[in-house]
Design a protein around this ligand. Structure first.
Ligand code: SF4
Length: 368
C-alpha cells in the first residue's frame, strides 16, 4: 500500500514536469494521469481489502455483523447442507457438574485449545488440575505433551481408542500398530518377515506452530510377495510413517483409560460435561448468545455460568444451609460493612461541601 502511494506520488511529480514540456510530453502526461486515476480507484479497494484482512487476523473468515465471530459448522444444521454460521467455539471445564472454567476460541476444532484452556484454569484457580478427562477430540500429541510436562494425569482418549480394542483390528497383522517393532535397533518387521529400516526423519509443523517428528519406514522388496494383496494396494514397496512420540503417549493413555481410575472417569464423563451442556442448551434453552462481540459474549456466558452454579449449589446444599451461611456472613461482616458504608457517606458529604466551597470561591473570583 505504501509502495503504491509512493509510486503515484512519483508519477504525479513527473507529470507536472512533463506538463511544462513539448506537445508530446503533454500527451504523455495526460495518458499517465489517466492511468494514475485508475490506480487510485483500485487503491481505495485495496485499502478496503487490507482493512478486512486486518479484522480477520489469523482466522479464515469473519462475520460482518459480529467481526469477532468466525464461520464454522454447527451441530444444529436445519438445512442439512453443512452450512456454516458465525459463532465461537466454547470450551468449558466442569467438576461435579459445576462450571469451573470456560473460554472461547475462533478455531472450530477442539484439539488445539486444551493447553491454553488449562493455562487459563491455572490463572483462575492458582493451580492446574491433577487429572483431566476429555474426549478423543483432545487426544493430540501437543495436548498429551502439555499434560505430561505439567504433571497432569491424562485420561484423554485418542481417535482409534475404541476401534483398536475390536477383534478385527487386533487380529490384523498388516496394521502398523500390530507389527513387531524393535526399539533398540529401530526397525519394523512385516508379516512376511522383512526388516523395515528407518528412512526419513522429518519435522512436520502444524498450523498452530507445533512441530512433530515423523519417521518413515520402507519395506525392502514387496514385489512378488504372496501377501501383497492383503497387505497394501499401492505401487512399489510399502511405506509407513510413524510418530513415535505420539505412539508412546497413546500407549500411556490406553493404560490409564483401561485402569480402575480410568474406568471411573469414563463412566463419569457422560454425566459430567455432557450433562452440563444438556442442561444449558435444552433445559435453559441457551443456544445462542444474546450479545455480539467477544467481551460481551464473555460477560453473557459468565453470568449464565454463575447462575447455573448457584442453582446447582442451592439444589445440592439446600436452601436452609445457604441461608445459614448468609446469616453467618452477615453476622461476621455486617457491622464492618455498615461502618464502611457510614464512612463512605461521610466522605461523600465532605467531598460535596469542598466542591461547593470551591465553586463559590471561583464565582467570587470571577465577580471580583
Ligand atoms: S507386501 Fe511387502 S510389506 Fe507386505 S508382507 Fe509382503 S513384503 Fe511385507
Amino acid at each position: 500500500m505504501m509502495h503504491l502511494q509512493q509510486l503515484i506520488d512519483k508519477v504525479n511529480e513527473e507529470n507536472s514536469r512533463l506538463a511544462q514540456g513539448s506537445k508530446e510530453d503533454k500527451e504523455k502526461a495526460r495518458q499517465r494521469q489517466k492511468a494514475v486515476n485508475k490506480l487510485q480507484k483500485h487503491q481505495e479497494k485495496l485499502k478496503e481489502y487490507e482493512d478486512k484482512l486486518d479484522t480477520m487476523g489469523f482466522r479464515n473468515s469473519y462475520s460482518k455483523t459480529d467481526p469477532d465471530a468466525t464461520f464454522m459448522r454447527m451441530k444444529e444444521d436445519a438445512m442439512n447442507n453443512g452450512q456454516t454460521k458465525p459463532g465461537y467455539n466454547l470450551q468449558t471445564g466442569t467438576e461435579n457438574q459445576y462450571i469451573t472454567n470456560f473460554a472461547f476460541y475462533w478455531n472450530p476444532t477442539d484439539s488445539t485449545t486444551l493447553p491454553s484452556f488449562l493455562t487459563l484454569d491455572q490463572t483462575r484457580w492458582g493451580k492446574l488440575p491433577k487429572e483431566v478427562c476429555a474426549d478423543s477430540g483432545y487426544g493430540s500429541e501437543q495436548n498429551y505433551e502439555f499434560m505430561e510436562n505439567n504433571g497432569i494425569e491424562a485420561y484423554v482418549k485418542y481417535n482409534w481408542f475404541h476401534k483398536e480394542q475390536h477383534r478385527p483390528f487386533r487380529n490384523d497383522p498388516f496394521r502398523m500398530e500390530n507389527m513387531y517393532y524393535n526399539w533398540k535397533d529401530d526397525y519394523y518387521v512385516c508379516p512376511m518377515g522383512q526388516l523395515w529400516e528407518q528412512g526419513r526423519h522429518k519435522k512436520s509443523v502444524r498450523d498452530n506452530g507445533y512441530a512433530s517428528w515423523i519417521d518413515t519406514y520402507r519395506a525392502q522388496r514387496c514385489e512378488g510377495c504372496p501377501l501383497r494383496g492383503q497387505c497394501f494396494k499401492g505401487k512399489g514397496n510399502r511405506t509407513i510413517n510413524v510418530n513415535h512420540q505420539l505412539k508412546r503417549y497413546k500407549k500411556k493413555a490406553f493404560e490409564r483409560l483401561t485402569s480402575e481410575r480410568g474406568l471411573f472417569h469414563r463412566s463419569k464423563r457422560p454425566v459430567e460435561p455432557e450433562a452440563v451442556f444438556g442442561q444449558i442448551k435444552t433445559d435453559k434453552q441457551y443456544k445462542r448468545f444474546r450479545h455480539r462481540g467477544f467481551p460481551k459474549i464473555q460477560m453473557d456466558f459468565g453470568i449464565l455460568a454463575m447462575a447455573f452454579n448457584l442453582q446447582k449449589l442451592i439444589k445440592n446444599v439446600g436452601k436452609d444451609q445457604i441461608k445459614a451461611v448468609m446469616e453467618a456472613f452477615s453476622t461476621l461482616f455486617g457491622p464492618l460493612l455498615a461502618s464502611l458504608w457510614t464512612l463512605w457517606g461521610k466522605f461523600q458529604k465532605e467531598e460535596t461541601s469542598v466542591n461547593k466551597n470551591r465553586q463559590l470561591s471561583n464565582r467570587n473570583l470571577i465577580a471580583a
